[in-house]
Design a protein around this ligand. Structure first.
Ligand SMILES: C[S@@+](CC[C@H](N)C(=O)[O-])C[C@H]1O[C@@H](n2cnc3c(N)ncnc32)[C@H](O)[C@@H]1O
Length: 349
């Protein structure tokens, strides 16, 4: 558990410092140049709420287990209370169950309340945890961007939240993560971020999305297409990939998806997972050279986002190893299935 004196300082040799930013509270800034994949932070949970849909009683229960020092630390974190009630619809539809109604109202009151509360602090800072959601006092100081340069994840093997650089970051640059799904359009992102009490001013949000020559316009188009591609491919991925591989145009859609993520600078686990699926399909089609190159890319992105100690890393290393073995076998008994066509994959692998 974390103690209060550590709240606004960082662990020895941390590559960032916490500073105040007008209109944004605190934020985290690189103190040296960082390379994509550098681990920026590992953080212990201060408070864990072990349910997906939490109520005030769940947060209270978790809070009661903390020492007085830890409780004080909790209340130093940012709270997005004090929001304008006029901006939040207060009516709950009669069909909503009494328990769900209670949950909605508790969250509503926390947002429009005049003081920080257990729930308002939880809403503002909670991150996913294996058993529900948790507060990580250092990770909670990282601000949002819709084109972030870092990504966070709960690492169950080391029981810590991690933050890794998802891009090269220059000394003095703010380190940001994304609080929501990158694929959403600007209005939907605004709605998600409204829960945190701010309007995002990143280039994808503050620019003119109707100008297709601007970053904001191009970004809006890319995100639109990514949602389309996601809808068209998600049921044929994962355990249904075998069916996907047999579906005409499926591989081309995954390649386009990867290209859009790269253009959007989304070097996160989304990209690693798409690369894996591309690799598996190429492997199945006997296109082992492309399969190996893409599987290695997937592993690289996975390592960059989650680090070498992440529990499911072996799934990625396993794919690379298996494909390499097949290539070796092909070399010994050539002509079986190796194909070298790279046309479809040009520019991606
Ligand atoms: C998890 S905290 C991040 C750290 C926070 N700035 C602090 O002072 O502790 C989330 C809060 O930070 C602020 N914030 C995060 N990203 C922001 C952004 N891009 N623009 C403005 N405010 C932001 C909002 O007030 C939000 O409720």
């Amino acid at each position: 558990m974390t103690t209060p004196d550590r709240v606004l300082t960082v662990v020895a040799n941390a590559p960032y410092e916490v500073r105040q930013i007008p209109g944004k509270g605190f934020g985290c800034f690189a103190v040296k140049d960082l390379k994509r994949g550098n681990r920026i932070l590992t953080d212990d949970p201060l408070l864990i709420v072990p349910v997906g849909e939490y109520y005030l009683k769940d947060v209270e229960e978790a809070f009661q287990k903390l020492s007085p020092a830890e409780q004080a630390l909790y209340f130093t974190l940012h709270s997005a209370h004090g929001q304008d009630p006029a901006k939040w619809p207060a009516k709950v539809h009669p069909s909503v169950s009494p328990m769900e109604r209670l949950r909605i109202l508790e969250q509503h009151h926390a947002r429009i309340g005049k003081e920080p509360s257990l729930i308002s602090i939880f809403q503002t800072n909670a991150m996913e945890h294996a058993r529900g959601a948790a507060i990580f006092p250092y990770a909670a100081r990282f601000n949002h961007s819709c084109n972030p340069n870092a990504c966070f994840a709960w690492n169950n093997a080391i029981q810590k939240e991690t933050i890794h650089a998802a891009a090269d970051i220059k000394a003095g640059e703010e380190i940001t993560v994304s609080y929501g799904d990158i694929k959403y359009d600007r209005d939907t992102r605004r709605w998600t971020l409204k829960h945190y009490g701010f309007e995002c001013d990143c280039p994808a949000c503050s620019g003119d999305v109707t100008n297709l020559n601007s970053w904001a316009g191009k970004s809006e188009e890319r995100r639109f297409r990514m949602r389309e591609l996601d809808e068209e491919t998600h049921t044929l991925r994962g355990r249904n990939l075998e069916a996907g591989a047999r579906t005409e145009g499926f591989l081309a859609k995954l390649l386009e998806f990867a290209k859009l993520l790269i253009e959007e600078r989304d070097h996160t686990i989304h990209l690693a997972n798409i690369y894996v699926d591309i690799a598996l399909i190429c492997e199945r089609q006997g296109n082992l050279v492309i399969a190996k190159a893409t599987a290695e890319k997937a592993l690289r992105v996975k390592l960059d986002c989650h680090g070498p100690d992440f529990p499911d890393l072996k799934n990625y290393t396993g794919v690379v190893r298996r494909i390499k073995k097949k290539i070796e076998a092909e070399k010994k008994a050539p002509g079986k299935s190796m194909q070298r066509e790279t046309t479809e994959a040009n520019g991606i692998v």
